[in-house]
Write a protein that binds this ligand. Structure first.
Ligand code: UDP
Length: 315
């Protein structure tokens, strides 16, 4: 099998690359290394079935790509700190970048095209848990808009390619995901709290900590993305992927403090604009159409993530 993974040197992308190399696929990774890292793929250095193309997906010369059995598009900054730092690049990766890959798929006959969208398309949701049919509550000009609106645009682009060219398009809306290869300083809550806990720094809760999130371990997410590509035919185009176990950010701080045996104090800091108050995926569709559901509980996943952080980022 031939697989193309745009963003394959990033956190989820590199775990997905591992998955396919381990299953004897030939993988072409496209990454500009803005937020991805070559070291995430160093275990495959000079591997005959991994080809790495260092380029921005927007500037991709699609004539150099092999026809593929599936094309994943994960190339975008994904943590709030990163996309706020690179707002225009984020918008380009999801608009021009998505169009380039869709054009490649259309011209070469490579399909399915699997786009990793986000729970952020639901904005600060007024429907809970979030079902795929919910249109969302997004601030189109807010600080998160570079990410959520460009993902919404990419979804619209992909479904219109599907309508116009009958391209097999599949859209995964990923909810918060954590695990090994998260960047220690990408600003996400799990990486922040673990780093703070293992270095005995204050654990920073933004706001009152009553906002909720639902955290999915990366291996579960990778299995879901693989299952999404595996289906012969899929009558549903858009599928939420995530772990429905919902907790408050305060609870998360306490769990991480306990699991690390940290002496860190838990402190509060002002919350950023447009921070969603709650988020929980409805995964009925993923269960029905992909026969998938998460299997790794929060404590188990956090223990593995903490071990990775202790081994890689402690010094
Ligand atoms: N958060 C926090 N402390 C931190 C980092 C994040 O309290 O050091 C909060 C953040 O305000 C948000 C939640 O944790 O409510 C999840 O943030 P993250 O950046 O991981 O992802 P988001 O779900 O907001 O995209």
């Amino acid at each position: 099998m031939k697989v193309i993974i745009a963003g394959g040197a990033g956190f989820i992308g590199s775990n997905l690359t591992d998955y396919f190399i381990n299953r004897h696929a030939t993988v072409t990774v496209i990454d500009n290394l803005i937020t991805g890292k070559k070291t995430n793929l160093e275990q495959w250095h000079a591997h005959p079935r991994l080809r790495f193309i260092e380029t921005d997906v927007c500037d991709l010369d699609i004539s150099v790509l092999p026809k593929a059995d599936r094309v994943y598009h994960l190339a975008s900054p994904a943590s709030p700190i990163q996309y706020k730092k690179h707002p225009l690049m984020t918008m380009r990766a999801n608009s021009t970048g998505t169009e380039r890959l869709l054009e490649f798929c259309r011209r070469s006959g490579s399909q399915p095209f699997i786009f990793t969208s986000t729970s952020e398309v639901y904005g600060d949701p007024l429907v809970h848990p979030q079902v795929e049919s919910y249109w969302g509550n997004v601030n189109p000009v807010g600080v998160r808009s570079c990410y959520d609106e460009s993902k919404r645009y990419a979804e619209a682009l992909a479904v219109n390619y599907q309508r116009k060219y009958r391209l097999d398009v599949r859209i995964a809306r990923l909810f918060n995901t954590y695990g090994p290869r998260m960047e220690k300083n990408d600003g996400r809550v799990v990486s922040n709290f673990i780093m703070q806990a293992i270095t005995q720094q204050p654990i920073t809760i933004y706001g009152d900590g009553q906002q909720t999130r639902s955290f999915c371990y990366v291996d579960d997410m990778v299995n879901a993305l693989a299952a999404l590509g595996d289906q012969e035919k899929l009558s549903e185009t858009i599928i939420n992927l995530g772990n429905p176990h919902e907790i408050t950010i305060s609870q998360l701080a306490t769990i991480i403090k306990t699991l690390t045996g940290s002496r860190s104090k838990i402190v509060t800091q002002p919350i950023g604009a447009d921070d969603p108050k709650k988020r929980q995926p409805d995964i009925t569709k993923a269960k029905r159409y992909l026969n998938w559901q998460p299997t790794i509980g929060l404590e188990t996943g956090l223990k593995k993530t903490i071990a990775y952080f202790q081994n890689h980022y402690r010094n």
